[in-house]
Design a protein around this ligand. Structure first.
Ligand code: 5AD
Ligand code: SF4
Length: 356
């Protein structure tokens, strides 16, 4: 396929690649993407242990299982000790980096709590710290950065403002989300974003524009996953549940194509093979690695909280311990012929070249 030999891709090229239908052409796309991943980044996959330290959330996104109005789940916030224990475990197990994720809370108490937790982790371990705690003020982001968090994940969910409005309540703002991403970059964070794939009303041209959005915003890290319906959310109706189930295989394929095309277009960024991929297919995370992802995020959230952190249904690993996730994912990575980058922070090359 001539298009795969290019080193610059137009919007039409991206669209054409995302629209590939023939299995041999899709395989060719994945092979090309994996070869580029190995050439630029190497054969290693970076591990980031993720602690989902709170499911309290002030937001009410129409797709998410821990949205404010879902009163059927019990809410938790780990103690500083519990989070630190998770961090120490990650260090002992040579994970290199940690992700602290929660629902969105903006109270001064929460911000102070997290700031202190970051400081304690930095003092007692040599882990790199990534945060994923939603939209916050510039001052808060700066405090987190000064405390030692050097990466931040904040998905744009979709780069189409109109679609964004359809999947969020009126008081959730696309513009604010974008402003946050830009602020994080100005502060000096390594910035990750991403989208959900297979959202109701989403089109393939939307997805092509998502990739151009990542390029335009000069993003360092990408986390994309399939949209997975959660029955206790407004986006789940009789019809959408049925059509989601019917379209599931297509969503998996589209997600893998997005990973591969993102790699070809964005080149030296870190791309995660997300847990949601494994929710939609038992070997989904291996497939993500084979399509050009180079990051895996094993869950280290303590077992008893895992079933309360279900953003979507069918999330895997909720009955597992951190040890089980470590061994299971190591095995999965090795099965794809890749190695694990133990003890490395694994900063995205893209950020390093952006600094020069
Ligand atoms: N399906 C897939 N991903 C989801 N997220 C939230 N709800 C769902 C869902 N139903 C993702 C969003 C959010 C991230 C933390 O989880 O993209 O940014
Ligand atoms: Fe809260 Fe994030 Fe879920 Fe939205 S997607 S409801 S901000 S946890």
């Amino acid at each position: 396929m001539e298009i795969l030999e290019r080193d610059w891709f137009s919007e039409q090229d991206i669209l054409d690649l995302l629209n590939l239908r023939r299995q041999e052409n899709i395989q060719h796309l994945f092979d090309k993407s994996l070869a580029l991943t190995r050439e630029l980044i190497g054969n290693k996959v970076f591990f980031r242990g993720i602690i989902e330290f709170s499911n309290r959330c002030e937001k009410n996104c129409f797709y998410c299982g821990i949205r404010r109005e879902n009163t059927t789940i019990s809410r938790y916030l780990l103690t500083g000790e519990e989070i630190l224990a998770g961090a120490l475990w990650a260090e002992e197990n040579r994970y290199g980096s940690l992700v602290l994720q929660s629902g969105e809370c903006t109270s001064p108490e929460f911000v102070l709590f997290l700031e202190e937790v970051i400081r304690r982790i930095k003092k007692t371990t040599s882990l790199g710290i990534t945060l994923s705690v939603g939209e916050q003020s510039r001052e808060t982001y700066q405090r987190f950065f000064d405390a030692g968090a050097h990466r931040y994940l904040l998905r744009i969910e979709t780069s189409n403002p109109e679609l964004y409005r359809r999947i969020h309540p009126r008081d959730h703002s696309f513009e604010k989300r974008l402003e946050c991403l830009r602020t994080l970059k100005e502060i000096g964070m390594q910035v990750g974003t991403g989208v959900m794939i297979g959202l109701p009303f989403q089109t393939v041209p939307d997805l092509a524009k998502d990739i151009l959005f990542f390029q335009r915003e000069d993003i360092d890290m990408i986390g994309m996953g399939p949209y997975i319906i959660h029955t206790r959310t407004p986006l789940a109706t009789h019809e959408t549940i049925e059509s989601w189930n019917a379209g599931k295989k297509g969503i998996l394929d589209q997600t893998l194509k997005m990973i591969a095309v993102a790699r070809l277009v964005l080149r030296d960024v870190n791309i995660a093979s997300t847990t949601a991929l494994q929710a939609i297919h038992p070997r989904g995370r291996e497939m993500g690695l084979k399509a050009g992802a180079n990051v895996i995020m094993p869950i280290i959230t303590p077992g008893r909280y895992r079933e309360s952190y279900l953003l979507y249904e069918g999330k895997p690993c909720i009955d597992d311990s951190a040890e089980v996730c470590r061994d299971c994912l190591s095995e999965r990575i090795h099965s794809t012929g890749r190695e694990i980058a133990w003890d490395e922070w694994g900063d995205p090359l893209h950020f390093q070249s952006r600094q020069r």
